[in-house]
Design a protein around this ligand. Sequence first.
Ligand code: DOR
Ligand code: ZN
Length: 399
Amino acid sequence: MYGKILYRGRIVEVGIEIEGERIKKIGKSVKGRKVRGLILPAAIDVHVHFRDLREKHKETIESGSLSAIHGGVCLVVDQPNCNPAITDSEVYEERMRRAKKKLYCDYALNFALTEKNREKIEEEVKKVSKKYFVPAIGEVFLQHSQGLQVSYNTLFSLKADMITVHAEDAELVKCNSIPNFDCRPEEAEVKAVEMCIKGLKKCHFCHISTVKALDVICKAKKDFTKEVTPHHMLLSVKDYERLGSFVNVNPPLRSEPLLKYLDFFEIIASDHAPHTPEEKKEGLPGFPGVETMYPIIVSLIKEGVIGLKAIDKLTSNPARIFGFDKFGYGEIEEGMLANFAVFDFSKECRISSRNLHSLCGWTPYEGYKAIFPSEVWLRGENVLPDVKAGRVLGRVLEI
Ligand code: DOR
Ligand code: ZN
């Protein structure tokens, strides 16, 4: 293939020669089919909730990964607060077996920390790590209504290379009504972030939603990283008018969207958390987003709202921070996996839930501008035609 490529931070017109799953050569001398649009590295979404097993009515690993690949995401990290939660090696193995059955993108799974598994978690993670690449312990919940809440002490006693934290202080979270931004105050996030910075040497903060917490993390001298979601970048409490009873998400929407602070975040992740419309009306927190994340970002780039640097936050940064780079994910470079998404800037459209692939059937971005990828390449193959024909090419990340 030949075309405009984001290569080492610049757009250049070159050819890409692929051999098997990987990029063999990049250069002017490489010829091939001329690709229409901009060839970008496929995204890595380090924060999705693909449900399945006892929650198949919301989403399955099959439908979630189908949604991901249509959004230009080649690799997802599933979170362990599914049902059953990923608290021991048997449940981990069971979920990986399920994933292997029908997967449209590549897949990795985090391990849950609870008060109950604290004593044996390191041993259990060690067991599964013989076979699978476990990106992190987490998201660790400091506030949770269904058995996954852990105390600061439990979290601080953990020995792990990577911990991802859902930073909301349990005592400051007062209720779960609609809208939840009234009862999950900004201070809950700020306090939890401050505590983690004191108690841990290093962690990754999931979905930061407040400028104050961002400021605290930026000032910390230690090795902390942070992600922002498209909804905390773009939506605010004002969207309650539009979203009505669907507005709840944890952490909640705030008065100030974080788009103008994007440069301070290393990672953009979706926190894809599907619930059915009936469940949303009951106030269950969470927004779907794995399919709309990259298309919205590309549209914002086209419109000149953000720069090309934002692409790194979906690709090379998550690869480096979580260690997916050593498997070949995250960059268009010789020797790396041939994982691309091609975006034709003339194909900007409006998002409609009818065209999305998540089982949950709704989106908070109805009517938003987006550019969906016209081609998605996964490990050397242009997979959207295969996907449409029902061929499944995703893999779980094994050691
Ligand atoms: O809104 C959310 N939904 N935030 C979370 O932290 C969990 C997620 C879910 O699993 O539904
Ligand atoms: Zn989450």
